[in-house]
Design a protein around this ligand. Structure first.
Ligand SMILES: [Mg+2]
Length: 268
């Protein structure tokens, strides 16, 4: 592992939310202060999250409440990444959402049409997008299963097995729901939009090069693996789910450029 963790070396920042900006409802103060400083310094800051339950507009309000002023265009959720991919492939798709309000809002904004459960059951649906749904029921799972069996595209927002809550506890993530569908369908999704797929990096950077960009996150198997797949420097911050000793045990492609206890350290 080599490279410097000095934040001033970079101009473009792709920053994870859960485990970096907050943990559950609890803001991570040192990281928040450092991010505010980056914005003050006119660095370009994007937020990149696998969490699809909230829309980009809701995230921009939550960030503003912490004094982090970014446009919703600089916030990329796995929900937004899913609907963008689908709308480029099949615009105006009739789409069954197995997920929460934030995912449905992004789909509608992108011009996708939302399918009802009975449409999903009657073979009319073009695509199914799966995100975290904390009101999951067997009948929703069945509607998604039936639609995909009848030929709908199977799109997963992400495959995170868990997501972090306050005080180090965790809850089942979207990956648990995707796994239930994979088990019944006997196959993998047609597309997984979220990390570690570099698709969200592509959305953020567009045609620009990545030489002066860095990805900051707390998870080796999503944030850091995505960075390595995209060929971008990465900083692992130890405010989330990963401990320093996990890095030594990790596969080569999951090792970060460098490690910080918190982002404030990177400003020194
Ligand atoms: Mg995270």
């Amino acid at each position: 592992m080599s490279g410097s963790c000095r934040l001033s070396n970079y101009d473009i920042f792709l920053i994870d939310l859960d485990g970096v900006v907050w943990r559950g409802r609890e803001p991570l103060k040192e990281n928040v202060l450092a991010i505010r400083k980056l914005i003050e310094l006119k660095k370009e800051v994007f937020f990149v999250t696998n969490n699809s339950t909230r829309s980009r507009s809701v995230y921009s309000i939550l960030l503003k409440n912490l004094g982090i002023d970014v446009s919703e265009n600089n916030i990329i959720t796995s929900g937004y990444a899913s609907v963008l991919w689908l709308s480029r492939r099949r615009p105006n798709s009739l789409t069954y959402i197995l997920g929460e309000e934030g995912l449905a809002e992004e789909a509608t904004k992108m011009g996708l049409r939302l399918a009802t459960r009975s449409e999903a059951l009657s073979g009319l649906v073009d695509a199914v997008i799966v995100g975290l749904d904390r009101n999951l029921t067997y009948s929703k799972l069945n509607a998604a299963y039936k639609a995909i069996t009848d030929g709908a595209l199977f799109i997963a927002s992400n495959k995170d097995p868990t997501f972090p809550l306050e005080r180090g506890s965790r809850a089942p993530g979207a990956g648990a729901i995707v796994a239930a569908l994979e088990a019944s369908l006997g196959r993998e999704p047609d597309f997984v939009a979220g990390k570690p797929n570099p698709w969200m990096v592509k959305i953020a950077l567009g045609e620009r090069g990545s030489a002066n960009a860095v990805i900051i996150g707390d998870r080796l198997e999503t944030d850091i693996l995505m960075a390595n797949r995209a060929g971008i420097d990465s900083i692992l911050v130890l405010t989330g789910v990963t401990r320093r000793e996990d890095v030594e045990k990790a596969r080569e492609d999951m090792r970060p450029t460098c490690i910080l206890s918190n982002l404030k350290e990177g400003l020194a």
